[in-house]
Write a new protein. Sequence first.
Length: 86
Amino acid sequence: MEMGLIATIIIGGIAGFIAGKLWRGEGFGIFLNIILGIIGAAVAGWLFDFLSIGFLAGHPWLRYLLTGIVGSLLLLVIYNKLIARK
């Protein structure tokens, strides 16, 4: 599944926002959540394609959004463990 740069940014931003809401109800702030969402969507999309893992049902944009949310949540967990230690 090849997705354009603009679609990755838009869907990644939405995915980051949603992941931030799922992660402790706020995440790490809207700006960082969106940035992590964009990166997470791109990385998870590439990784899922590489491993031939995908969400089979639904509209392609929905699949991209779900992939982005998964990637965003993973990056939020990594960010929390490595950088935002308290």
